[in-house]
Design a protein around this ligand. Structure first.
Ligand code: FES
Ligand code: FES
Length: 160
């Protein structure tokens, strides 16, 4: 089995590891780094549960190899949460009932954060478009859109 060495930052911390060449990024962050806030839903790039930021850009970590993250800066929901970047969003989700089981929530928070980092006042259609690749089995989506719109209206997030 082929192994590769990777050197990257994860949530601002330098990480150097040897991984199987075929290991996905989501398995790497969950199994090697114990960052289990990044979820695996479909494992095929469809549901959005595994969304992380790579060099500040949202990416589905189930369809990306850990080896491809070599030299990159990865940020997971834990990193965003630690630096307070999703605090307003999380509070708005709580106010609006934007989550029930919570399985989809980390990925949606990462996507919403990425949206608000580039568009401070998104329209509801813009929010829907940004979250179109996320599957939630519980909420019916309206409370999620309400929460993101509310967070955008009063956002004091810590920046991108
Ligand atoms: S687990 Fe990655 S998109 Fe569904
Ligand atoms: S809150 Fe359960 S899947 Fe979205």
């Amino acid at each position: 089995m082929t192994h590769v060495s990777i050197d990257l930052t994860v949530n601002g911390r330098a990480v150097r590891e040897t991984v199987q060449a075929r290991m996905t990024l989501v398995d790497f962050v969950r199994e090697r780094l114990d960052l289990t806030g990044t979820h695996v839903g479909c494992a095929h790039g469809v549901c959005g549960a595994c969304l992380v930021l790579i060099d500040g850009v949202a990416a589905r970590s189930c369809v990306m190899l850990a080896a491809s993250a070599d030299g990159r800066a990865v940020e997971t929901i834990e990193g965003l949460s630690e630096r307070g970047a999703t605090r307003n969003l999380a509070e708005a989700f709580t106010r609006h009932g934007g989550l029930q089981c919570g399985f989809c929530t980390p990925g949606i928070l990462v996507a919403a954060h990425a949206l608000l980092a580039e568009t401070t006042r998104p329209t509801r259609d813009g929010i829907r478009e940004a979250l179109a690749g996320h599957i939630c089995r519980c909420t019916g989506y309206e409370p999620i859109v309400d929460a993101v719109a509310d967070a955008a209206a009063g956002r004091q997030d810590a920046g991108p």
